[in-house]
Structures are given as C-alpha cells and as structure tokens.
Ligand binder design. Structure first.
Ligand code: FCB
Length: 474
C-alpha cells in the first residue's frame, strides 16, 4: 500500500474516494428536454438534421425526448434520491438566444433559472455546459463552425448566460467534445450539420477552440471568480503493433483525437505533426495572430469523456484507400476492433484506457484538475414483469471504470469528480432512441422513469463514498 492509497482509501472491502469527490450524472439539452418549439426556442442544426431523411435511425428526433423541459422537478427529485452531489447539464443556445444573435429570450432562459434553483435547493452542484452540439440553424446557414464569426457569436451567448445564471453555477464548460462537432459534423457528416468537407472540419476545430477561449474570457469578464473548463472526448490511442508503420498511423490518430485540442489549450500551439499531416488539405491560414493566446486562456479544470479505446495501425495498401472520413490527414490508417466484450454501441469495454488518459494528462500536460464528465454504457434494457430493470453489465462497466479512476487518483492524478452518462435514457443522436445509456429507464410512451439496478447501485456507491473492492461482490 502506498501513501496515496491511504489518501484515496483502500481496504479489503472498499475503494474509498477522497472526501469532497463529486458524484455526478450528465445529460444534454437536446437529448432530454423535448419542447423544441416552446417559449420562443428556434431550430438548431440537430432539428434540421433529424428532419433530413436518412440521417437518424428510424427518422427520430429530440422533439419530445424525455420531456425533461416539463418534468425537471420530478427529475431533480430523482437526482436528490440518488444522492448526486453534482449534475452536469447543457443549456440550449436557441432557447436562450433564438437565431444565435441578439438579445436574451427570457422565456427560454427562465427554464434554466428554475432548473438551477431547484438543483441548489437539493444541495446539488450545477455544472453547466454552454454548447452540447445544438448550434442555432441561422448560424450554420452563415457558415457554421467553418466560419470565424461563429466563435464571436458564441462569446456573446456565453456572456448572456453568465449574466443570467453566473452567480449560481459551480463549474462552467464551454464546449462538449469539439472533436465530434468538427469531425462528425463537418468531415464524415454523421452528425449535424452533416457536411463532408475535410478543410471545413479543420477550420471548425480552430473556430471551436477560439469560441472556447473567447467564451472563457466573456464568462470571466462577467464573473471574475467563475470556474471554467472544456470537455474533451480524449482517446486512449493504441497501436496494433510496434511496427513503425503501425505506430505512425497511431500517432496521426492521436494527433487529431487528442493533441490538436490539448496542445493549443494547454501548451499554446498546434502540434507540428498534425499541421504537416493535414498540409494537403488546408494551410491553416484561418489561425490569426493572437488566436492561440485566446485559446490558451487558463482554465480551472478539464473535463474528460471516456467510453472506449481506439486500436489503430497502418492500412493494408492492397485494401485501397479506405480513408475513414472523420479523420482528415489520416490516410493509410486502419481502425481495428479491440478484443473482448462490447456494449450495445459495439464499443469495446476497456477501463484501462480511462486510467491511461488520466495518467497521461498529468504526465504530459501538468496538474490541471480533472473531472470525468462522461462515462457509461448502452445496453438493451427492459423493464421486467416485476418492475425491475436488471442491468448487471452496466454495473460491471461502471464499477470497472470507477476502479480505474480510483487507481489514477492513487497514482497522484488530481481527479475531482465523476459523472455517469447518463442520468436518463435519451436521444442518442444519429442512433435515435435505440440505444439506452441511462441508469434510469425511460418509457417513451408514458415518460415513466424506472430505476435500473445500476441506479440503486450508484446510490449505494455515493452514500458509501466509494465502490466495493471487487465486483461482482463476494
Ligand atoms: C458522447 C456525447 C453524449 C452521448 C455519449 C454517448 O459523445 O457527448 O452526448 O451521446 O457520447
């Protein structure tokens, strides 16, 4: 046992987390709120994308989702019963500032006022994400994230939200997973707005980062004591072999997945190898003097979303180009299936990837406080005849990943909290309602909420301040 083991608490029965650790759950506006036309909200790129035939499984949309806009009071009561110490939610830009410019829409922002106050009344810390992918459609029509002005529109919006909710938000995140916004939105087209232009996707990376830095500055101007962060979906990028060609392929993927975001945010520059890998696509002239200083504005924390590792290597030249379109500049890379069991998303289950990322962040980027802002798994859950929702695989997944976080803390990484994705079953983007990530089941016909076994398990973890040393127990 080491000294850090004592700090986090390790005994034969239980892995205890540090006192004050935030036990959270996460959601996002478009995935749960519904009420897309209520109180002056205008369409976002996701409303448009969902209405485009063939884009979302079953032609589904977030129009109703989990109806949280109307049911937030019982939903917060549920969070209180779980014992959550923090709740990560996002605010919908087109609800607060319809069309993405101009004045605040009080009817829309009032919802977040009420939600925040209801959370605080229950002693739950509000953790707010400004942008979880719902860009006002009008801004996309003017060029979206490929267009520099969108970054400045975002800063104006951040200022509006800071003025409205600032006194009550515990931790701010500017963006959720800019990798997805840029590469799924503008390169592969799997997400809204569904564009497929590699050069635009790289411009989007930069404008998203510029929006982040400008947003942090806008929040701080309104609220000097605000704690700010950004949420990244970092990848544990692994090479199929130590062969130099495989390692080079993995370096490229690591560059686009991790370093193209982390380096400008925390080191003040874009990685030279990524600029070189993508030189045939863009000359990066959208980076203007002074931008990197804005992007590198110090933050108080970094949010890490983790689901699965990536296994990569060099593509077989005989197999043709086969370039994965979400990866501009990654020609010649092959994505391999990692061994072992998978979730309902077909994502491999490997908690060591989470530990690797947390430890790497400390080793390579210093001591920025970290939060695991999303982690969880989809399984095809059903309410049984006895009214229970047994989800032993999800419990095993959460247990293993929390154990990985515990191990990282014991290794000296400053991890301050963990947010399970997700509180409720919800609209899983291009996969519609087919994938259930909640620890609470939602019957979309009746909007009835039913605790899955994992919710009961998580409540016990929270009240005990740690996880059983082994799972299944015994
Ligand atoms: C993340 C998203 C989140 C959810 C999970 C499963 O990429 O941030 O909204 O869809 O994946």
């Amino acid at each position: 046992m080491t000294t850090s083991d004592v700090a986090v608490g390790v005994d034969a029965e239980r892995l205890a987390f540090p006192p004050g650790f935030w036990w959270g759950a996460a959601t996002a506006a478009y995935q749960i709120e519904g009420a897309v036309a209520a109180d002056g909200r205008t369409p976002s790129i996701w409303d448009t994308f969902c209405a485009t035939p063939g884009k979302v499984t079953g032609g589904e949309s977030g129009a109703v989702a989990a109806d949280h806009y109307r049911r937030y009071v019982p939903d917060v009561a549920l969070m209180a019963e779980l014992g959550l110490s923090a709740y990560r939610f996002s605010v919908s830009w087109p609800r607060i500032q319809p069309g993405g410019t101009g004045r605040e829409n009080r009817a829309g922002s009032a919802f977040y006022d009420r939600l925040t106050d209801t959370l605080l009344a229950q002693g739950i810390r509000p953790v707010l994400t400004l942008y979880h992918w719902d860009l006002p459609q009008e801004l996309e029509d003017r060029g979206g994230w490929a267009h520099r002005d969108t970054a400045y529109r975002f800063a104006d919006y951040a200022a509006l939200v800071a003025a409205r909710l600032g006194d009550r938000i515990e931790l701010w995140s500017t963006l959720n997973e800019p990798w997805c916004s840029a590469f799924l939105g503008y390169a592969s087209g799997e997400h809204a707005p569904g564009r497929t232009n590699p050069a635009d996707s790289l411009a989007a990376v930069h404008h998203l980062l510029l929006a982040h830095g400008s947003g942090v500055r806008a929040i701080r101007a309104a609220l000097p004591a605000a704690r700010t962060s950004i949420v990244l979906n970092l990848g544990a990028t692994r090479s199929v072999s130590t062969d130099p060609a495989d390692r080079d392929a993995t370096r490229r993927v690591d560059g686009l997945m991790n370093r193209v975001f982390l380096d400008p945010l925390l080191r003040g520059r874009y990685p030279a190898d990524v600029l070189a890998d993508t030189a045939g696509i863009t000359d990066w002239s959208f980076v203007h003097d002074g931008d990197l200083a804005v992007i590198g504005t110090p933050i108080d924390a970094l949010g890490v979303n983790y689901y699965a590792p990536l296994l990569t290597g060099a593509a077989d030249p005989q197999a043709g180009p086969g370039i994965p379109s979400a990866w501009p500049g990654c020609d010649g890379v092959a994505f391999h299936k990692a061994p072992g069991s998978v979730t309902d998303m077909d994502w491999p289950i490997d908690p060591t990837g989470l530990h690797d990322i947390l430890v790497r962040l400390r080793r390579e980027y210093g001591d920025v406080p970290l939060f695991v802002t999303e982690n969880g798994a989809a399984f095809p859950d059903r309410v049984g005849p006895d009214g229970r929702v047994p989800d032993p695989e999800r419990i095993a997944y959460l247990h293993a990943h929390l154990a990985a976080v515990h191990r990282a803390i014991a290794d000296g990484v400053d991890v301050r909290g963990y947010f399970v994705w997700s509180l409720l079953d919800n609209f899983e983007w291009a996969q519609g309602y087919a994938k259930r990530f909640g620890i609470v089941h939602v019957d979309y016909e009746t909007q009835r909420r039913t605790w899955k076994d994992s919710a009961h398990w998580y409540r016990d973890v929270i009240s005990g301040g740690g996880i059983p040393a082994r799972w299944p127990a015994g």
